[in-house]
Design a protein around this ligand. Structure first.
Ligand code: ARG
Length: 260
C-alpha cells in the first residue's frame, strides 16, 4: 500500500532535483562544470575546423597536440582546414591561433565502434609554446593501470546538456570518478560495451558532452584519457567514455611519432 504512494513521490523528487540542478547553473557547460581561470589549464586547446570550434585537444610539446580521431575523421587529407586556439579560456578570442600541418589518426581507429579514438596533430616546430599560458601535459606509461574510483578532471567548451546544444564561451571543467572496467562494460552493454582502449568515468549530475570530445581527462597532471563518447550527457545510467592513453598500442604509437 505504502509503496504505491512512495514510487511517484520518489520519481517526482528526482524530476524536481534534476530541474533544480539545471536551473541553478544556467551557464554550467561541460554539464554542470565550473569556469576555468586564465592559465589554469595551459594544456587545453580548442580544435577548429574552418574557424569553428569542433573539439578539444591537449598540448604534448611545442609541435604536437593530441585529440580524438573522430574529431578529424574524413578530413585528415585537409590538415590546413584545422587550427588550434591556445592560451585562452575563451573559445572565440584571446591566446593565439596555430595551423595544423599534419594529421595522424591511430592506425586501428574504428569509426563504427570508436575503438582507438585518438589522433595526433603536428604544427610548425615550437608553435604550441609561443604563448605564456600554454604548457604541455605529461603522458602515462605504456600498460599503466587506471585505478578505479579516483577523481579525474575533464575540461572543455562543450554543451551544457544533451538537450541544450550550445557551446560554452568560457572553458569549463568538472571532476569525475574512474569507473571499474567491468561495471563500465555492463552499463554500456546495450551500446556495444567498451574495449581495452576505452575506460569510463562518471559523477552525479556532471559529465563531458558534445564539443568536449578530443579534450583532456587528467589525474595529478597526467593525461590519462581523451573525451570520446557517451550516451547522452550526465545520464545517471551511462558513464562517459574516454580513450585510454596508457593502452600499449596507443602509448607506443604516440612515442613512435612524437618521441614523447
Ligand atoms: N562525442 C562527443 C563529442 O564529439 C563527446 C561525448 C562525451 N559524452 C559524454 N557523455 N561524456 O564532443
Amino acid at each position: 500500500m505504502q509503496s504505491i504512494f512512495l514510487v511517484p513521490l520518489i520519481f517526482s523528487l528526482f524530476w524536481i532535483s534534476g530541474k533544480a540542478a539545471v536551473k541553478r547553473r544556467p551557464d554550467g557547460r561541460i554539464v554542470n562544470g565550473r569556469e576555468a581561470r586564465e592559465g589554469e589549464f595551459p594544456y587545453q586547446l580548442s580544435l577548429r575546423r574552418l574557424t569553428v570550434h569542433i573539439c578539444g585537444a591537449s598540448v604534448l610539446d611545442g609541435s604536437w597536440a593530441i585529440t580524438a580521431a573522430h574529431c578529424v575523421d574524413g578530413h585528415e587529407r585537409q590538415p590546413h582546414e584545422f587550427t588550434l586556439r591556445l592560451g585562452s579560456v575563451k573559445r572565440s578570442s584571446g591566446g593565439s591561433i596555430m595551423t595544423v600541418r599534419t594529421i595522424y589518426k591511430h592506425p586501428s581507429y574504428d569509426t563504427t565502434d570508436m575503438n582507438f579514438d585518438v589522433a595526433l596533430l603536428r604544427t610548425q616546430a615550437g608553435a604550441l609554446t609561443l604563448d605564456p599560458n600554454v604548457a604541455p601535459i605529461k603522458l602515462p606509461e605504456a600498460g599503466e593501470a587506471i585505478q578505479e574510483n579516483i577523481s579525474a578532471i575533464v575540461s572543455g567548451w562543450g554543451h551544457m546538456s544533451s538537450t541544450e546544444p550550445m557551446l560554452s564561451s568560457v572553458l569549463k571543467y568538472t571532476t569525475v570518478m574512474t569507473v571499474n572496467q567491468q561495471k563500465c562494460q555492463n552499463d554500456l552493454s546495450f551500446h556495444g560495451g567498451v574495449s581495452e582502449a576505452m575506460f569510463c568515468a562518471a559523477a552525479r549530475n556532471t559529465d563531458a558532452c558534445q564539443g568536449d570530445s578530443g579534450g583532456p581527462l587528467t589525474v595529478q597532471g597526467r593525461l590519462i584519457g581523451i573525451v570520446s563518447w557517451g550516451v547522452g550527457c550526465a545520464d545517471p545510467y551511462y558513464p562517459g567514455v574516454y580513450t585510454r592513453l596508457s593502452h600499449p598500442s596507443i602509448r607506443r604509437w604516440v612515442r613512435l611519432l612524437t618521441k614523447l
